[in-house]
Design a protein around this ligand. Structure first.
Ligand code: FPP
Length: 331
C-alpha cells in the first residue's frame, strides 16, 4: 500500500483553484466577526456553491478528512514553526473585479483557516508578514484601509469566541511599532498584554517590519548594552597581555544580536510559505531562515487551502534530515 508521503512524490503540487466569481454583496455581507455567508464559504472551499443544502454535511466530511490527513502527517516530523508571506491579495481582488481592499478582507479569512490548520497539526509557532515598512509607500488610502482592517481584527481577536482564545495563542507584534499610528499601536500592545499568559501556541505578526530594520535594531541594542558594560570595566583588563592582543570581552557577538532580535522568543522557522509563486524573501526573516524550507505555491493568498499547507509540510518532511544535518554542522 502506498502511504501519503510516497504518493505525494508522484503527484504535482495542488493547483490553483479555478477563478471563482464572488458577488460583491456577499463580501459586503461579512459580519463584524469576519464570518462569511455560507454561500461564500462554500464557494471559497471549492464547491460550485450550488448545493448549499449539503454545506454542513460537506463541512463535517472535510473536517474528518483533514483529521485523517493530519494523523498521517504526524508520523513524520511536524514543523515547530511555520512562517507565511501573504502575497497576492490585491491581485486576487483585481482578478475578480472586487473592490480594492476586499482581497485583504478575504485574505484575512484565509489566514484564520491557516492558523487553525497549523495549530491543529501541532505547529506551535506561526509568524506572518502582515505589513512591511516598504508597504508604507503604497497609496495613502490603501495603507489606511489595511490599518483599519488590522485595527478591527485585532479588536475581534480578543473576543471570547476568537481563534486566539480557542487555541490559547500568545500574540506578539513584531517590527518598528513606532511607525504605526497611535490607535493600531495601542491595539497591538493591548493584544500582547491580554494574551501574555497564553502558552499553547504563539502567533507573531510582523507589522512595520523588515528584516534589515530588525537586524539594525538588534545591533544598536547590543551596542548600547556593551557600552554600559564597557564603562564598568577597568581599562587595564583589556588590551595587550603577554604580547597578545586580547579580544575585548565586550565585543558584540552573534549571540548578543540574536538576543536582541524582535523575534528572539521564537525558534527559527522550519518552513516558509510564500504564495503567488514568488521565491524572494522580500526582507522577511533573513537572519532566521538559513535552514528553512521555502515553499512557494503559485496560488494567490486568499485561495490558499489546507492542501497547500499539507504539501508544504510533506516537502519539508522529505528534506528534514538533510536540513537537520546542515543545521548541526553550523554549530
Ligand atoms: C489583522 C491582520 C494580521 C491582517 C492581515 C491581513 C492581510 C491579508 C495582510 C496582507 C498585507 C500585504 C501587504 C500583503 C502583500 O501584498 P498584497 O497581497 O497586498 O498585494 P499583491 O497582490 O500586490 O501581492
Amino acid at each position: 500500500m502506498t502511504n501519503l508521503r510516497e504518493w505525494s512524490s508522484t503527484q504535482n503540487e495542488p493547483s490553483e483553484q479555478e477563478h471563482i466569481t464572488i458577488p460583491q454583496n456577499q463580501i459586503d455581507s461579512m459580519d463584524k466577526k469576519g464570518r462569511f455567508s455560507s454561500y461564500l464559504r462554500s464557494t471559497l472551499m471549492g464547491s460550485s456553491g450550488s448545493f448549499l443544502s449539503k454545506y454542513f454535511e460537506k463541512e463535517s466530511l472535510l473536517s474528518l478528512l483533514r483529521k485523517g490527513v493530519v494523523r498521517v502527517l504526524s508520523v513524520g516530523p511536524t514543523p515547530n514553526h511555520i512562517a507565511f508571506i501573504l502575497d497576492g491579495n490585491r491581485r486576487f481582488a483585481q482578478s475578480l473585479n472586487l473592490k480594492e481592499g476586499d482581497g485583504h478582507k478575504i485574505g484575512f479569512l484565509s489566514l484564520m483557516s491557516m492558523l487553525k490548520y497549523c495549530y491543529e497539526m501541532g505547529v506551535k509557532y506561526v509568524t506572518i508578514y502582515a505589513f512591511s515598512i516598504d508597504n508604507f509607500k503604497r497609496k495613502p488610502h490603501e495603507v489606511q484601509n489595511l490599518m483599519d482592517l488590522m485595527l478591527e481584527k485585532i479588536g475581534e481577536s480578543l473576543e471570547k469566541e476568537s481563534i486566539v482564545n480557542n487555541f490559547g495563542i500568545r500574540v506578539h507584534f513584531i517590527g518598528n511599532l513606532m511607525l504605526l499610528n497611535e490607535q493600531v499601536r495601542a491595539a497591538a500592545k493591548k493584544a500582547m498584554a491580554a494574551t501574555a499568559k497564553n502558552d499553547k501556541a504563539v502567533l507573531s505578526i510582523c507589522v512595520a517590519y523588515t528584516s534589515t530594520d530588525e537586524i539594525v535594531h538588534a545591533i544598536q541594542e547590543s551596542y548600547y548594552e556593551k557600552q554600559e558594560e564597557t564603562n564598568e570595566l577597568n581599562s587595564n583588563d583589556i588590551g595587550v597581555h603577554n604580547g597578545f592582543v586580547e579580544k575585548n570581552p565586550n565585543d558584540i557577538k552573534v549571540t548578543d544580536i540574536e538576543r536582541h532580535m524582535y523575534s528572539a522568543f521564537a525558534p527559527d522557522p522550519d518552513v516558509l510559505i510564500r504564495t503567488s509563486g514568488e521565491t524572494r524573501l522580500s526582507n522577511f526573516l533573513l537572519w532566521q531562515t538559513t535552514h528553512c524550507h521555502l515553499y512557494s505555491p503559485s496560488v494567490l493568498w486568499p485561495n490558499i487551502s489546507f492542501w497547500h499547507l499539507v504539501w508544504g509540510i510533506l516537502n519539508y518532511q522529505k528534506v528534514h534530515s538533510y536540513l537537520e544535518k546542515k543545521r548541526k554542522k553550523t554549530f
